[in-house]
Design a protein. Structure first.
Length: 432
């Protein structure tokens, strides 16, 4: 899926031709959306998407432009048929801490998963997947280093959100072949998934909770229908004053065998196995300190790009063995599993410091029945955390070439200058 230089040049020129003859005026609704976006998507000035006027072309516009507006009544909203990905743009820093470049993390593996998500939904984009992939890099380039900087000018990660799904069209749960699939990419500054980053990453680790909620069906892609429920489950964990939830597998392990009969809370807490988190994978370290274990796909986990990179490239570099096996609550309880972590695009590699088992009770913070794990940040988890961070920020060379895709900041600045001038001419000067 690597485009040629000629293709990239043609797509870059299309960003200009797709705006040819376009005109619009500012109104109160656009001003309001501009305010909402400014407060929600930090440092985000433009989006790239297939043009609603010519769906087979990509256009770059302010998020509140008419080119990016659509009725609230959309198939992907009502029926949860949208798909998305997560990406990260990381700063490259020199010895003084100044930003000298930007890399997008695991770009190709995430595009491959985006294709997997589309196939599971039967989607076909209006533009070639190679062009959509390039637009993900281009929107980062247009924003440049500014999207990495906060009010204190301290550089941090920017989050990238590619998305696609059926928009306005006929109603009905099952959309017909040929239904227009809209697609877009946005980027905004989002340094840490966890508000209290220093505590979570460096001193205590994540305070995780298991409530008995399980992954009951296969997760075939990053689909809106899955993540709506995950958001609700994650919110329950936070209402109980935990940082994150852990999902359980649809089965338990009893006498060494898979067991699907246990549905009561007490049985799940005794024989249960871990699946993943609401938006990230979970892995463990055995008590020997040198073996990383990760859950099989039969737990109905998504299959994470960060975890796969850690397993395939970082762990061998650090001299760790990797084993696919169930992460059972019994093994954590006995000390066989001595350390745990989450891994994902939003959370990166973050240690789990404690896990409580909590029985949900309506209108309360629940009934804590056991502290399953209180081992804090395991030393091997800390090594993996630091190795990941050092590789994505350029302090250490990547364990594999798939990790970092450099951004063309020179072209990005040229295109930004063109876009700023174009949209200022339509009256958007104060809104971008």
């Amino acid at each position: 899926m690597e485009p040629t230089q000629q293709q990239v040049a043609a797509w870059h020129e299309q960003y200009k031709t797709s705006l040819s003859g376009w005109t619009e005026t500012i109104d109160a609704a656009k001003v309001r959306y501009a305010e909402l976006i400014k407060n929600s998507w930090a440092r985000s000035k433009y989006v790239v998407r297939n043009s609603p006027v010519a769906p087979d072309q990509m256009v770059i516009c302010p998020p509140h432009s008419s080119l990016n507006q659509a009725p609230n009544q959309q198939h992907r909203g009502d029926y949860g048929t949208g798909i998305f990905e997560g990406g990260s743009a990381e700063p490259v820093l020199d010895a003084s801490g100044a930003v000298t470049g930007i890399n997008v993390v695991l770009h190709q593996p995430r595009i491959e998963r985006f294709v997997r998500s589309m196939k599971a939904r039967g989607f076909q984009l209006s533009v070639p997947i190679e062009q959509f992939s390039q637009s993900m890099l281009d929107i980062v380039a247009v924003h440049g280093t500014d999207v990495l900087l906060g009010d204190d000018d301290k550089p941090t990660r920017a989050y990238i959100r590619p998305g696609a799904g059926p928009g306005v069209g006929p109603w009905g749960v099952s959309f017909k072949p040929g239904y227009l699939i809209e697609s877009s990419n946005i980027v905004f500054r989002w340094g840490s998934y966890f508000p209290d980053a220093d505590r979570v990453y460096r001193t205590e680790g994540v305070k995780a909770v298991i409530t008995g909620v399980r992954r009951m069906f296969p997760i075939t892609g990053k689909h809106a229908s899955n993540y709506g429920a995950a958001a609700a489950d994650g919110n329950i964990a936070r209402s109980m004053n935990y940082d994150e939830l852990i999902y359980m597998a649809p089965y338990g392990i009893r006498d060494g065998e898979m067991d699907f009969s246990g549905h009561r809370f007490d049985d799940l807490m005794k024989y249960g196995a871990i699946a993943d988190g609401p938006g990230e994978e979970v892995f463990g370290i055995l008590k020997d300190g040198g073996t990383l274990i990760y859950t099989p796909m039969r737990t109905n986990r998504l299959g994470g790009t960060v975890l796969n990179y850690v397993i395939t490239h970082i762990a061998p570099r650090l001299g760790l063995k990797t084993v696919e096996r169930d992460l059972t609550l019994a093994d954590i309880r006995s000390g066989e599993i001595a350390g745990l972590a989450y891994a994902g695009n939003a959370v990166k590699v973050v240690p789990i410091g404690s896990i409580d088992l909590v029985r949900p009770v309506s209108d309360t913070e629940g009934e804590k029945v056991e502290t399953l794990y209180a081992g804090g940040i395991h030393p091997t988890i800390a090594r993996l955390r630091d190795q990941w961070e050092d590789e994505v920020t350029g302090k250490l060379s990547p364990s594999h070439s798939s990790l970092l895709t450099p951004i063309d900041l020179k072209w990005g600045q040229e295109m930004k200058d063109y876009l700023d001038g174009y949209w200022a001419g339509l009256g958007f000067t104060q809104l971008i």
